[in-house]
Write a protein that binds this ligand. Structure first.
Ligand code: MN3
Length: 386
């Protein structure tokens, strides 16, 4: 049976790889909706090739260009964030791949779940910000949230067939990023260009900076807490520079299951879209002979403060992870614009966490407001610095 797929964020790193995966399996997947934030040229090219029912561009200024380019094709064209949040409700969609960047993934994901669509979740910030609401909604509307993040896909695969066997511990592996083994003095001087140069994974700018600062692993710990219903104490981070063991689960009998492979996002993307089946693929194959040494070490939480901040936010709960995430998005954006240094990102996030209003049991609206408030606070801190 063909699955009809909506890809939110089709022009990004995950989105383009997802299209590559679906293209290789035309009998299994049909592209129903494509959305992009800003990259109108690539969206036009994708629309012409995959002929979806509907395309949406987030930036309304690009609507004319998009509509004009597609006017001879039977494709509906919309623009704006509201349109992205609405289009996921279309009756002809089976699964929504959420691959947009940051907080913007939240409302479309909420709407998609309410409309009964399965979610292939690549936007971890959705669960970081409002994991309680998202997981409750998914249960209520009987939809699956299938992780695309490689670590969570690994854990999800390890848990297949373990329905009544509780998890003792989740072990998230981290590559350590480009600055593994460096101290704070070094980190203070790193440039935008150095931080964007990840050793193992090719990804978008935001997540690449998060990987370099280890915030990505902190966000992933929070993501894991919600996806697998575990306590913060049950989540351990281990640095594994080769990025071959994608993550592990330990069960009550001390047995550990791991999922391995070359670092290639097409594998977890394809699994999330084809779940519960596995489709064939011609991706490069892992060989132990190419990797005689797989190594593991402790994360340096002294130099990489973001990981500690994320665990603190997770333990505090309520809207604190939402505040952490918002402050981080502002910090990363300003680091990319070279307004602030690498280490300053952590101090801005910490200060925002101290200043923003804490809410123990937030509703969706509270999250929307906390996100705005934390962004304002973080932006003000940065303005006062520069
Ligand atoms: Mn990951």
């Amino acid at each position: 049976m063909t699955k009809r797929v909506a890809i939110l964020g089709s022009t990004g790193s995950i989105g383009t790889q997802a299209l590559e995966v679906t293209k290789a399996h035309p009998d299994n997947f049909e592209i129903e909706v494509l959305t992009a934030n800003n990259n109108v040229n690539l969206l036009i090219k994708q629309a012409k090739e995959f002929l979806p029912n509907t395309v949406v561009i987030g930036n309304k200024d690009k609507y004319q260009e998009l509509a004009e380019a597609l006017k001879d094709l039977p494709i509906k064209v919309y623009a704006g964030e509201e349109a992205i949040a609405q289009v996921v409700e279309m009756s002809t969609i089976d699964i929504v791949l959420t691959a947009m960047v940051g907080y913007s993934g939240l409302l479309p994901t909420v709407n998609a779940i309410k409309a009964g669509k399965h979610i292939a979740l690549a936007n971890k910030e959705t669960l970081v910000v409002a994991g309680d609401i998202i997981t409750k909604l998914a249960l209520q509307h009987k939809v699956s949230i299938i992780p695309v993040d490689s670590e969570h896909s690994a854990i999800f695969q390890c848990l297949a067939g373990e329905i009544n066997n509780p998890i003792d511990k989740i072990i998230l592996t981290a590559s350590g990023g480009p600055f593994r083994g460096k101290n704070v003095e070094f980190l203070k001087k790193v440039t935008r260009c150095q931080a964007l140069n990840h050793p193992n994974w090719s990804m978008g700018d935001k997540i690449t900076i998060d990987s370099a600062s280890l915030m990505n692993k902190g966000l992933e710990a929070i993501e894991a807490k919600w996806l697998f219903d575990v306590k913060p104490e049950q989540i351990e981070v281990v640095v594994h520079p080769q990025s071959i063991v994608h993550s592990l689960v330990q069960f009550k009998d001390t047995s550990i299951k791991a999922q391995l492979g070359l670092p290639d996002m097409r594998v977890p993307i394809q699994y999330a879209l084809s779940f519960p089946n596995r489709l064939s693929a011609d991706f490069p194959k892992f060989s132990f002979l190419d990797y005689p040494q797989l190594t593991f070490e402790q994360a340096d939480i002294q130099s990489f403060k973001n990981l500690t901040l994320a665990f603190e936010a997770m333990k505090k709960g309520g809207n604190m992870p939402c505040i952490l995430n918002a402050a981080n998005e502002i910090a990363v954006d300003n680091f990319l614009k070279e307004n602030i240094g690498f280490v300053e990102m952590s101090s801005i996030i910490e200060e925002t966490m101290n200043k923003a209003n804490f809410i123990a049991s937030p509703l969706l609206d509270d999250y929307v407001q906390s996100n705005d408030e934390a962004r304002r606070i973080a932006s003000t801190i940065i303005e006062n610095k520069i």
